[in-house]
Every structure is written in structure tokens, then in C-alpha cells.
Design a protein around this ligand. Structure first.
Ligand SMILES: Cc1ncc(C[n+]2csc(CCOP(=O)(O)OP(=O)(O)O)c2C)c(N)n1
Ligand SMILES: [Mg+2]
Length: 216
């Protein structure tokens, strides 16, 4: 059915009927300049929690600056900065329960710090020392996925296990906007939808996949 058919109420042509319609709602609390849009969410009144979140956001930025300096002076291997994404990463961590399981990328330092991964473990990990991945804190969390979107099917597998074991926990999978172009992302979304699994996909849209802008 064309838009014109719909507007006039005309019978749709049997050869071109609409198979499905859907809408994706979006919600925001702040505009790009940080001004409040609409009513503040309940967490805005929880000063203690906001300070706790802000503390880890600040720690994340300090860790980031230190890691970038070490990387630039040849003392650390590759390091993906999360500068400017502290709110997303720590915010996701703060929304999770301890028993949930994180499947993040290489920019989730904030989520990891919130969940109890230590600074020593982060420095070990980014120095290539695998002991840094054997977290003393969140034992079940997966290591950051460097192969893009590869953590999405893992998250679905874990969520399937939670379902089979009747465990009340959620797999939380964080991906970049570029990762949404990967086949594993669609396969994971499809399986999660078909089996109605307890998995949440968070797309951290920073507008870029290395040098390719989202608009391209
Ligand atoms: C399977 C795979 N292909 C290519 C790469 C190289 N690569 C590293 S980062 C990146 C861009 C990812 O963009 P996005 O998902 O938006 O994450 P961002 O880095 O912006 O956080 C690519 C293609 C990779 N790591 N893994
Ligand atoms: Mg990106």
C-alpha cells in the first residue's frame, strides 16, 4: 500500500501490501548542551547515587588520561580512549545488578570500574598481561571484546543459559554504532528476539567507526 492509498483509504494493491510497521521511540533527559528536557528522572533526586556515579566517571577519565600518556610514550600497547563516553559506560554499569553479566567492548573502562574491576587489572590488561582479565571482582563478566560485535552472540548464549537455569540475571551487551553493521550483531538480535532472552543490547553511538562517520 502506498502512502497515497493509505491517505485516501483506497484498497491496497494485492501485489504490494505492507508486511509490517513499527516505530522506535526515543527518550532523552538532556539536550546536547546539557539542558533538561521535560521532567527530571527520579534518579535526579538521589544525590548520594549521583555522587557515586560521578566519582567513577571522574576516575574513568583520570585512568583514561594516564593510559593515553603511557601509550603515547610507548609504555602501554594499543589503548582505546573512552574520553567523552564516561556517562554512557558508567551509566550502564549503574543500571546493572551485580549478578548480571557484562559483555562490553574495549571502551567500557567506566562500566568495568563501576563493577569492581581494579585499576591494576585495567593497566595489566592493556599492557598485554592476561592476569588483568582474571578479575577479582565481577568474576562472571566477560573480557572486553576487541573483534567488533563478537560479544553479541556470546551475550545471547549466556542469556540462553540463564533461561535454562531459571536464573534471574541479564546479559548486558554494549556495542558501538559501527558494530551494528556486523552480521553477528543481527544474528544475536534475531536469536534474542526469537527466544525472548534476558539480554539487553546497548549501542554506544559516538558517531564514528574509526575514520568512517555514521552519516557515510
Ligand atoms: C571484526 C573486526 N573488524 C574490524 C576491526 C577493526 N576495528 C577496530 S575498531 C573499529 C570500529 C568500531 O566502531 P564502533 O563499533 O562504532 O566502536 P567505537 O570504536 O566507535 O567505540 C574497527 C572496524 C575489529 N576490531 N574487528
Ligand atoms: Mg563508534
Amino acid at each position: 500500500m502506498s502512502d497515497a492509498d493509505e491517505a485516501t483509504g483506497a484498497e491496497p494493491d494485492a501485489a504490494e501490501r505492507i508486511a509490517a510497521r513499527f516505530a522506535i521511540r526515543w527518550r532523552r533527559c538532556l539536550d546536547p548542551d546539557g539542558r533538561l528536557v521535560g521532567a527530571a528522572p527520579p534518579i535526579a533526586a538521589d544525590r548520594e547515587r549521583l555522587v557515586a556515579i560521578h566519582r567513577v566517571m571522574t576516575l574513568t577519565r583520570q585512568f583514561d588520561a594516564r593510559a593515553v600518556s603511557l601509550q603515547r610514550t610507548g609504555q602501554l600497547g594499543t589503548f582505546p580512549s573512552s574520553l567523552g563516553q564516561e556517562g554512557t559506560t558508567v551509566g550502564v554499569g549503574a543500571a546493572m545488578r551485580p549478578e548480571d553479566v557484562l559483555f562490553g567492548t574495549y571502551r567500557e573502562q567506566g562500566t568495568m570500574l563501576w563493577r569492581g574491576v581494579t585499576l591494576v587489572e585495567l593497566f595489566q590488561m592493556w599492557s598485554g598481561d592476561e592476569r588483568g582479565l582474571d578479575y577479582a571482582g565481577p568474576r562472571a563478566d566477560f573480557p572486553p571484546a576487541v573483534p567488533i560485535a563478537s560479544q553479541a552472540p556470546h551475550a545471547v548464549g549466556a542469556a540462553y543459559a540463564f533461561r535454562l537455569r531459571a536464573e534471574r540475571r541479564v546479559a548486558v551487551c554494549i556495542l558501538g554504532d559501527g558494530a551494528t553493521s556486523k552480521g553477528d550483531f543481527y544474528e544475536a538480535m534475531n536469536a534474542a528476539g526469537v527466544w525472548r532472552l534476558p539480554v539487553v543490547f546497548v549501542i554506544a553511538n559516538n558517531g564514528w567507526a574509526i575514520s568512517v562517520p555514521r552519516a557515510a
